[in-house]
Design a protein around this ligand. Structure first.
Ligand code: ADP
Length: 482
C-alpha cells in the first residue's frame, strides 16, 4: 500500500509539473512567434506610411533607372526596415509581372516565389496579408510614379530569426522540463514521505492492536487530519485495551466463580453420599450413630440449599431481576429487631452484646426485609468470628440525610491483605472456620449488592487479632434518591 501511494503521489506531481511546463512552453513559443510577426508588419506599416518615403519612391519610379534608384532609397531606410541582407531583404519587382528587377540579395532575387501579397500588389493594392503558417513574411507595395511603369517594393523576411529563437526556446524548455521533472520527483518523495510515514505508522499500530499488542501507540502532535486520526486511533486503542482488560478480568472471575460453585456444592454432596452409603450398606448400625449420620445428612442438605438460594439471589441481582419491596419504615426498629433476633445466639457464645443509638433516626425508604438481612449478616459474622466471651457492640444513628449502623467486635479480625476481598463471592479468610459456622462466603457479597442497590455503602475495617468494625450507611430517601 505504501509503495503504491508513494509512486502514485510522485507520478501525479511529475505529470502535473510536466504538463504545466509543456503548456507554458507551448504558449511561450506561440507568443514569441506571433510577437515577431506582429512586430514585422507594424514596423513595415510605420516605415511605409511615411509620406517622404512614399514621395521619394514615387519620384524614383518616375525617373531613369528607376529600380536601382528605388533600391538606393530602400537601402537608406535599411535600418528602419530591419534589413540585414541575410534574413530580411528588399526587392524591386516589375509592377505587372512580379519579376524581380533588383534587390538586396542577388542570389534570392532569382528564386522569388509569387506570393499572395505580390499578387495583391500587381492588382494595385498594398499587400500586407499575414500568413502565420507560411515559412516567410512579406510585404508588397505597388509604387507608381507620375509617369512610367509601376514597380513593386517587396520586403521578404525568411522567418529564420523566429525559427532560431523558437528552437533555442524549445531547447531551454526541454532543459527546464528535465529540471522540473527532477524537482517534482524530489518534491513527490518528500511529500509522499510526509504523508505516507504517519499512515504507515498507523497501519503498523493497527496491526499490532489487531494482534492484541497495545504497548506502542503512534505519536502525533500535528493538527492535520492524519494527526487527528492518530489521536482518535490512540483513544480507540486505549478504550479497546480497557474493555479487553475488563473482559479478561470478568472471564477470570467467571472461571473462579464456576470453580468455587462446583467445589462448594461437591463438598456437601460428598458427605451426604458417604453417610447415606454407610447407612445403606450397614443396616445393623447402632441407632445413635445412625441418628448422628442422618443429622449430618440433613445439615449438609440445608447447607446446599442455602448455597443454592444465595447463588440464586446473586444471579438475580446480576441479571437485574431482583424486585425490591420498597416501603417507608423505621430503621431504628429494624436495628432493634435484628438485635433481639441475634441476642440468643450471641448469648449462646457468651458474648457481651450491646445496642446503642446516637440520637433520633429518621424513617427510611427501602426493602425492609433485605436491609434486615444485611444487618443480620453483619451481626452473625461478628458472632461467628469472635471467640466465645467476646464483646459485640451494635450502634446506629443518623448523619444528615443518611442512617448508619455499625457492628463492632473484638474478634479474630481480618488480615490487611484479605480485607479488600471479603466482599468477593466465596471469599473466606478461613474456609474451615466459615464452613464450621455454616458460612457460604456469599453473605457479604449479597449484603453489598443489596446496599449498593439502595444507594448506600457498606465498609469494613479490621485488624487481625484485634477485631472488626463493619458499617452500613443508607440514604433515607431510598433507591429512588440514591
Ligand atoms: P461467610 O459466610 O464465610 O461468613 P461472608 O461473605 O459473610 O461469608 O464473609 C466473608 C469472610 O469475611 C468471612 O469468611 C470471614 O473470613 C470474613 N469476615 C466477615 N466478617 C468478619 C468479622 N466480623 N470478623 C472477622 N472476619 C470476618
Amino acid at each position: 500500500m505504501n509503495k503504491s501511494l508513494y509512486s502514485k503521489l510522485i507520478l501525479i506531481i511529475l505529470v502535473l509539473i510536466l504538463a504545466l511546463s509543456a503548456v507554458m512552453g507551448a504558449f511561450l513559443m506561440r507568443g514569441v512567434h506571433s510577437f515577431y510577426i506582429n512586430e514585422f508588419y507594424e514596423q513595415m506599416q510605420v516605415v511605409f506610411s511615411s509620406p517622404e518615403l512614399a514621395d521619394d519612391l514615387r519620384a524614383a519610379a518616375a525617373g531613369e533607372d528607376a529600380p536601382a534608384r528605388m533600391a538606393e532609397i530602400l537601402k537608406i531606410h535599411a535600418g528602419q526596415l530591419g534589413i540585414d541582407s541575410g534574413r530580411r531583404n528588399y526587392f524591386i519587382l516589375n509592377g505587372s509581372t512580379g519579376a524581380c528587377l533588383t534587390g538586396s540579395d542577388a542570389e534570392r532575387s532569382t528564386s522569388l516565389a509569387m506570393t499572395p501579397n505580390i499578387l495583391t500588389a500587381i492588382s494595385g493594392s498594398e499587400g500586407y496579408r499575414v500568413d502565420a503558417s507560411a515559412d516567410y513574411m512579406d510585404v508588397a507595395l505597388p509604387v507608381r510614379g507620375a509617369t512610367g511603369p509601376t514597380y513593386i517594393v517587396y520586403i521578404l523576411d525568411s522567418k529564420d530569426t523566429v525559427t532560431d529563437l523558437s528552437s533555442e526556446l524549445f531547447g531551454i524548455i526541454l532543459v527546464s522540463l528535465g529540471v522540473a521533472a527532477v524537482i517534482s520527483v524530489l518534491l513527490g518523495v518528500l511529500l509522499a514521505r510526509a504523508l505516507v510515514t504517519p499512515i504507515t505508522n498507523l497501519t503498523r499500530a493497527a496491526e499490532r492492536v489487531a494482534s492484541g499488542d497495545f504497548s506502542d501507540k503512534p505519536e502525533s502532535h500535528s493538527q492535520d487530519e492524519i494527526g487527528v486520526l492518530s489521536r482518535t486511533f490512540n483513544e480507540m486503542a486505549g478504550q479497546l485495551e480497557a474493555n479487553l482488560d475488563e473482559l479478561r478480568r470478568s472471564e477470570q472471575m467467571r472461571r473462579e466463580f464456576v470453580a468455587n460453585v462446583s467445589h462448594e456444592l461437591r463438598t456437601p454432596i460428598t458427605s451426604i453420599r458417604s453417610y447415606a452409603e454407610t447407612l445403606y450398606d450397614d443396616p445393623e448400625l447402632p441407632p445413635d450413630m445412625a441418628h448422628d449420620f442422618l443429622r449430618v445428612i440433613v445439615n449438609e442438605s440445608d447447607r446446599m440449599t442455602k448455597i443454592v438460594q444465595d447463588l440464586l439471589t446473586l444471579s438475580k441481582f446480576d441479571a437485574g431481576r431482583t424486585n425490591f419491596d420498597i416501603e417507608t419504615f423505621r430503621f431504628e426498629q429494624s436495628v432493634r429487631d435484628v438485635y433481639s433476633a441475634t441476642l440468643i445466639e450471641a448469648q449462646h457464645h457468651k458474648h457481651e452484646f450491646s445496642l446503642e443509638f446516637c440520637g433520633p433516626i429518621p424513617r427510611i425508604r427501602g426493602d425492609r426485609a433485605r436491609i434486615e438481612q444485611v444487618l443480620i449478616n453483619m451481626v452473625s459474622n461478628a458472632i461467628k468470628y469472635t471467640p466465645d466471651g467476646g464483646r459485640i457492640r451494635m450502634t446506629a444513628g443518623a448523619d444528615g440525610d443518611a442512617v448508619w449502623c455499625t457492628v463492632r467486635d473484638n474478634g479474630i479480625g481480618i488480615p490487611a491483605a484479605d480485607l479488600e476481598h471479603v466482599f468477593d463471592r466465596f471469599y473466606r479468610v478461613d474456609k474451615a472456620r466459615s464452613r464450621e459456622s455454616g458460612g457460604t462466603g456469599l453473605g457479604l457479597s449479597i449484603a453489598r449488592e443489596i446496599v449498593l442497590r439502595h444507594g448506600g455503602d457498606i465498609t469494613i475495617q479490621s485488624r487481625q487479632g484485634r477485631g472488626t468494625t463493619i458499617t452500613l450507611r443508607l440514604p433515607a430517601g431510598g433507591p429512588e434518591h440514591a
